[in-house]
Design a binder for this molecule. Structure first.
Ligand code: BGC
Length: 762
């Protein structure tokens, strides 16, 4: 059922993106989970392997080349650790390494494995190719703001092209954890707060990374992570526990993982967190009953980095042996980094704690994937120093990074049509820690990218204006500390200019793993900078850098124009300049709600109404809201302005009701009454008025991006079927209940747009 829902929604996306999506082989891959082919020689190999060699095929380690997980192309470090890994490869005790250093490193390990080991089984090389290899695309969350899944397919494909040229067979991506608490630092790697967007982007990225044939030297194996519900850790604290109803798990958190598997992903990574008392890494229900039993997953599961060993500290495993046993019996085929599998699995089999048949099954999965990647045919197929260089940062990849960058930008506010800026005749003061410099451009989770090869804001703006001498750059503040004399310099720069572009927000380090924040605000020294600059009285365009939705305050919130620009990667400055000066109209929409205040977190649009919702208008006592602010977002999910003036009108339903076996068409007219072209994302939301379990105030069911020249209208049409109205009932089974539904076609999750209703008949 899931797969047809996805493909139907893809149909509803409409316009160019949908056409590309439908035409792509991804659609075929959405029909069923990926299958694995097990060549006959795999079982012959397994028949000849020792227990130690079998366990070795299930042990993955960080590359020791250059002293550990590489951040740059390092030469080998002292050499001893890497030499030890080469020896392990020779002994057949290592299935592969991750985050290594390109073809030269891969070549030496692969040679040891296939020329000197007893079984001659090739190694697999993995890496965190999260949003690019050397050409860095926008962080995944930013890319989701494009509301264009096919864009994510294209950037994943471009990343796979570069990375597979550099010896990498397998990416630890896509990360598809739904994140509804913006304090969590890793929301930046994922698909935002909504399950539908999460599904579509998960599937698109899998298709981009894997292509139609894993053997192709231009694609690589995708890995759905972090399975499961890693984004739901209590209070947004990384690694924290998850305790939630099965209904919420299935309706929200599990959906993007399932979509990724249905798109053909053939590996999965276990999450660090526990769910309802059981760590994912030791969770048999999750890894076996659900993943393999219910969903039919055929690939292999890897633990996260020492995730098996961490069950000891979590109080679930007694010791390393117990942890290896629990993880393996739960269904985690491969261990990352702890070394526990190769250390304990042979003895666990000998003692009868782990059946050898199970060990063989996991080894079979891993070897089958290595075969599907073409590694048995040619273990060096992705290892080629010349090809590595010739594929790196090509103009086509940079152009795609720029396109993705500008499509990711969200115009939050544009009072008095301050934007777009004129390209000539104005003195522009670029102020703030992110105004210039080779830092914080590529963003978090970049193993091989390089800020020094990226375009900063100042360079992008100078290249875009007629006279670069009219542009000044003033830092004003550090990211989290004041800068001596900074405020005075910034005030002087603002006074000497006609307008200010204030580049403030979060550094790369403030999001990503283990970077949860208690307050999701612009850091205080930068807020002071904004207050001081605003007091000068010049028009201000705030250009935010951020890895999460923020709670904007004071002069930042009050600035007439605000652009959410995330971390846009290699082409940051050019992409922002494209939008600032109107070469490209802003078309991004928020994949995560910007709350009024940090204390509202977790805030997400699809919340329940409660028994005491505040009626529209003034805040009322004894209603569900925090003191002084409404129970809504400052900028909700789906919000994003254009340089046009968009109006919604004329909601039409094909019938007042829909039979259980039928469908209903819902249409509205979207008009651009402005003087500039616009790209609008029309969003269809529903609300189930009364049900046997309470339902969210709104749920996104479809969206469509339409290009509207000035004065032009377009009718957007969507088709819903009862499958779109399904929720998990009291017995945790999917059900579509008869009753009345509100429906909106609207520019955001909290905008009225146009509204109607229909009944689902019994
Ligand atoms: C992260 C994973 C990542 C792995 C390998 C872990 O700490 O949680 O997302 O793939 O490290 O780098």
């Amino acid at each position: 059922m899931q797969d047809t829902r996805i493909s139907r929604r893809a149909v509803m996306m409409g316009a160019g993106a949908a056409a590309a999506w439908l035409a792509s082989p991804a659609r075929a891959l959405l029909q069923a989970v990926g299958q694995i082919e097990v060549p006959a020689f795999v079982d012959q190999l397994i028949g000849r392997m020792t227990l130690e060699e079998k366990a070795g095929q299930l042990q993955l380690m960080a590359s020791a080349w250059g002293g550990g997980a590489a951040l740059t192309l390092n030469p080998p470090g002292s050499g001893s650790d890497f030499q030890q890994q080469v020896n392990e490869a020779r002994q057949g005790l290592l299935t592969g390494v991750f985050n290594g250093n390109g073809s030269r490193m891969a070549r030496s390990l692969q040679a040891a494995a296939v020329k000197e080991s007893r079984m001659k089984i090739p190694m697999i090389f993995a890496a965190d190719i999260i949003h690019g290899h050397r050409t860095i695309f926008p962080v995944p969350l930013a890319e989701v703001a494009s509301f264009e899944p096919d864009l994510a397919r294209r950037t994943a494909e471009a990343a796979a092209f570069e990375a597979s040229g550099a010896g990498i067979d397998w990416t630890f991506s896509p990360m598809v954890d739904v994140a509804r608490d913006q304090r969590w630092g890793r929301g930046v790697e994922g698909g935002g707060e909504d399950p539908l967007l999460g599904e579509l982007f998960a599937a698109a990225r899998v298709h981009g990374f894997q292509g139609a044939d894993l053997k192709s030297n231009e694609h690589m194996l995708a890995c759905i992570k972090h399975f499961a519900a890693y984004g739901a850790g209590e209070s947004g604290l990384d690694y924290n526990v998850v305790d939630m109803s099965m209904r919420r798990l299935r309706e929200v958190y599990l959906k993007p993982y399932e979509a990724g598997f249905k798109a053909g992903a053939l590996s999965a990574m276990a999450s660090f967190n526990e769910i309802n008392g059981v760590p994912s890494t030791g969770n048999h229900w999750l890894m076996t009953n659900l993943l393999r039993g219910e969903w039919g997953f055929k690939g292999f599961v890897v633990s996260d980095y020492t995730g098996d060993e961490e069950m000891i500290a979590a109080g679930y495993a007694r010791d390393g042996r117990d942890a290896a046993k629990l993880a393996f019996l739960a269904g985690v085929d491969m261990s990352m980094q702890s070394g526990l599998y190769r250390q304990h699995l042979p003895a666990l089999v000998q003692s009868g704690d782990v059946p050898e048949a199970m060990l063989n099954t996991s080894v079979r999965r891993v070897l089958a994937l290595k075969a599907m990647l073409g590694l048995f045919d040619d273990p060096f197929r992705r290892i080629d120093e010349k090809r590595e260089a010739s594929r790196s940062m090509l103009p086509t990849a940079r152009a795609l990074a720029r396109e993705a960058g500008r499509k990711a930008i969200v115009l939050l506010k544009n009072d008095g049509d301050l934007l777009p800026l004129p390209r000539s005749g104005k003195r522009i003061a670029l102020i703030g820690p992110f105004a210039a410099g080779a830092h914080d451009l590529v963003g978090p989770w970049v193993v091989y990218g390089d800020d020094s090869k990226a375009v900063d804001l100042a360079s992008g703006v100078r290249a875009a204006v007629a006279d670069p001498r009219l542009v000044t750059v003033t830092q004003g503040s550090d990211v989290e500390e004041p800068l001596a004399g900074g405020l005075a310099q910034a005030v002087a720069a603002a006074r000497a200019a006609d307008l200010v572009v204030l580049a403030i927000g979060e550094s790369s380090e403030m999001s990503g793993e283990a970077q949860s924040r208690t307050e999701i605000v612009v850091p205080p020294p930068q807020q002071q900078l904004a207050e001081a600059v605003a007091a000068v009285g010049k028009p201000i365009v705030v250009v935010l850098k951020h890895g999460r939705a923020l709670a904007l305050e004071g002069a930042v919130a009050n600035a007439p124009a605000i652009l959410a620009t995330w971390f846009l990667g290699t082409e940051t400055g050019n992409a922002i300049a494209d939008v600032l000066f109107g070469v490209h109209g802003p078309s991004g929409r928020l994949p995560a709600s910007f709350p009024w205040k940090s204390g509202q977190e977790p805030y997400y649009y699809a919340h329940k109404p409660t028994g005491r919702p505040n009626p529209p208008g003034e805040l009322q006592p004894y209603k569900a809201h925090f003191r002084g602010i409404p129970n809504s977002a400052r900028y909700p999910f789906g919000h994003g302005l254009t340089y046009g003036k968009i109006e919604y009108s004329g909601l039409r339903l094909s019938a007042p009701s829909m039979p259980m076996t039928g469908s209903i068409e819902i249409a509205a007219t979207v008009t651009n009454r402005g003087t500039r072209a616009a790209e609008e994302v029309a969003q269809l939301y529903i609300h189930d008025r009364v049900a046997s379990v309470t339902r969210p105030v709104r749920e996104l069911k479809a969206f469509r991006k339409v290009a509207l020249p000035p004065g032009q209208s377009e009718v957007v049409r969507f088709t819903l079927t009862p499958a779109d109205l399904i929720f998990y009932g009291l017995d945790d089974r999917p059900i579509a209940e008869p009753g009345s539904f509100d429906v909106w076609i609207a520019p955001s999750a909290e905008a009225e747009g146009v509204r109607g209703s229909f009944d689902l008949l019994a």
